[in-house]
Design a protein around this ligand. Structure first.
Ligand SMILES: NC(=O)c1ccc[n+]([C@@H]2O[C@H](COP(=O)([O-])OP(=O)(O)OC[C@H]3O[C@@H](n4cnc5c(N)ncnc54)[C@H](O)[C@@H]3O)[C@@H](O)[C@H]2O)c1
Ligand SMILES: [Zn+2]
Ligand SMILES: [Zn+2]
Length: 391
């Protein structure tokens, strides 16, 4: 089959690789009808996530048609149309039973698990197409995907909805929604969202779905700011506006009730002096991440407010203003999204017409176009916001 494979920093190719096979009785094989490129894939493309190996099949936002089932999968039938969550979860362990599917203690088996434990203290769940630290599973930017624990993850979707309307249930809709959900939004709340990439766009719309009075969205890319405004947000441009002063002014000097970091470790290098310094520290191996946005989210948040982190960080963050956080009583919430928890309620919202997730798509192509579209998406060329590939 054809698949997008990682061959090193800036080197993704559309290769021919062996078709996946059923390996366990709880597996399914799906024929992929649509998949997407995520901001998280850019951390792999940019070579900043450890644990990738030459030839790894990428992709964790995938849907398709079930073509083969292991003997223990009884809730699906060949021919079912399903969306596959990016988190691989057994459904039966201590964490899955608590609904913390992204903490599944079975889906990242040793030896990968050991490496994750050494780095992070404990291992999270395995993910599709996302480094050997997290299971080394082949991803879904491919013609076929093996889905482990297929009796737990995939959700059947109705034929009345298009692939474009349901594909993002696999990741960015639940992730943006979780970002807003973690803000515990009360009537009258102002929510600030850093990053108007695909995840930020869903955080903005979800904050309104959950009752926010006002959303202030921050980025510098004009078409992304425009899409945020189309979603009802007021916007700030970090290339032009002083973010702290502007947010103060807009919130009677208190700060937003909650701040969502939908940027993560690849914050713009030129946004500020501390961002430049983070880049220098990265190059000199003195720091792993660029937490400029996290610092801003903390210092801007109102006393007693919530900092909700969905942008991804990898390692040890330097100069995170804990003094500001503890003295002012902030709450930190964060997670790799336990996607399975959000699938059904968010599918219902799509079915009711409360949101049509396809609004975020700007580019589509075939798998062969993948390598080019990775670059276009990363470099924000051609007003690209979200890419969907149809094998
Ligand atoms: N928690 C999860 O489970 C989960 C799931 C999916 C994605 N993510 C993460 O969410 C983040 C965003 O993903 P995406 O697909 O939207 O990526 P993206 O790269 O398309 O978007 C990031 C946006 O942040 C903006 N930005 C950069 N520096 C900024 C700054 N200083 N202030 C404000 N905005 C700034 C960029 O211009 C860009 O528009 C990534 O870190 C990704 O890994 C997390
Ligand atoms: Zn993703
Ligand atoms: Zn589990």
């Amino acid at each position: 089959m054809k698949a997008l494979c990682w061959h090193g920093k800036n080197d993704i190719r559309c290769d021919t690789v062996p078709d996946p096979k059923i390996e366990n009785p709880r597996d399914a094989i799906i024929k992929v009808t649509a998949c997407a490129i995520c901001g998280s894939d850019l951390h792999l493309y940019n070579g900043i996530m450890p644990g990738m190996m030459n030839g790894d099949v990428l992709g964790h936002e995938t849907m398709g048609e079930v073509v083969e089932l292991g003997s223990e999968v009884t809730n699906l039938k060949v021919g079912d149309r399903v969306v596959v969550p990016f988190t691989i979860s057994c459904g039966q362990c201590f964490f899955c039973k608590k609904g913390l599917f992204s903490g599944c203690e079975r889906s990242n088996p040793s030896p990968n698990r050991k490496v994750a434990e050494e780095l992070w203290g404990h291992s999270p769940a395995g993910l599709f197409g996302y480094t050997h630290l997290l299971g080394g599973y082949a991803g879904g930017q491919a013609e076929y995907l093996r889905v482990p624990y297929a009796d737990v993850g995939p959700i059947k979707v109705p034929s009345t909805l298009t692939d474009e309307q349901v594909l993002f249930l696999s990741d960015i809709f639940p992730t943006g929604y979780m970002g807003a959900d973690m803000c515990e939004i009360q009537p009258g709340d102002t929510i600030a969202v850093w990053g108007c990439g695909p995840v930020g766009q869903f955080a903005i719309r979800s904050a309104f779905l959950l009752g926010a009075e006002r959303v202030i969205a921050i980025d510098t890319v004009p078409e992304r700011l425009q899409m945020a405004r189309d979603g009802g947000a007021v916007t700030l441009d970090f290339g032009k506006d002083d973010i702290y002063d502007s947010l103060q002014e807009m919130t009677s000097g208190r700060g937003p009730d909650a701040c969502i970091d939908a940027v993560g470790t690849e914050a713009s290098v030129t946004a500020s002096a501390d961002s430049v310094l983070d880049r220098v520290k990265q190059a000199a191996m003195l720091g792993t991440d660029r937490p400029h946005v996290l610092r801003q989210a903390i210092t801007n948040c109102r006393n007693g407010g919530i900092v909700s982190i969905v942008g991804i960080y990898g390692g040890l963050l330097d100069k995170v203003p804990m003094g500001s956080a503890i003295n002012r009583g902030l709450t930190f919430r964060m997670a790799q999204t336990p996607v399975q928890r959000y699938l059904r309620p968010l599918l219902e919202r799509i079915e009711k017409g409360e949101i049509d997730p396809s609004f975020v798509i700007t580019h589509s192509g075939k798998l062969e176009d993948g390598p080019d579209l990775y670059r276009v998406f990363r470099d924000k060329q051609d007003e690209c916001i979200k890419v969907v590939l149809k094998p």
